[in-house]
Design a binder for this molecule. Structure first.
Ligand code: CTP
Length: 130
């Protein structure tokens, strides 16, 4: 039984999100997803996500590749989450390439290529245009 873990905001859910969850799940048997809190996003980007953390969690929980969802309260707690949820593999998009190598002492770390030409920011910008 291989437990996979990944993290993200997953705001304004799009196909890039879906695909990384599908590919993460294919690496093992059980996929845990840490959804970042509204506060954590505010302190990082000075704005709140469009969808609340409860809505984002509800959407992610409904995806058939996802087995369990929890709130990620702080970037500093990664090691704690990896240990608490007994993760065998940490999956991140390759926008984070190399950034989580420090956890290779407790789990495998995989960086998967992002789906090209889509992001939450791009979707928001597109909707904003007149
Ligand atoms: N992701 C992906 N392909 C994309 C967009 C995101 O594989 N085109 C992955 C990210 O690499 C990350 C996860 O989806 O592992 C959650 O990403 P998140 O930051 O929530 O989404 P973005 O669309 O990148 O959001 P933003 O534009 O706000 O940075």
């Amino acid at each position: 039984m291989r437990r996979i873990i990944t993290f993200g905001t997953f705001d304004v859910f799009h196909v890039g999100h879906l695909r990384i969850l599908e590919r993460a799940r294919q690496l093992g048997d059980y996929l845990l997803v840490g959804v970042s809190t509204d506060e954590m996003n505010f302190s990082k980007k000075q704005r709140f996500p469009i969808y609340s953390q409860d809505e984002r969690m509800e959407i992610i929980r409904s995806i058939r590749f996802v087995d369990e969802v929890f709130l990620e309260e702080s970037l500093e707690l990664k090691r704690y989450y990896l240990q608490t949820y007994r993760a065998d593999i940490l999956v991140m998009g390759n926008d984070w390439l190399g950034k989580f190598d420090e956890f290779k002492d407790i789990c495998e770390v995989h960086y998967l290529p992002r789906t090209p030409s889509i992001s939450t920011t791009a979707v928001i910008e597109k909707i904003r245009l007149p």
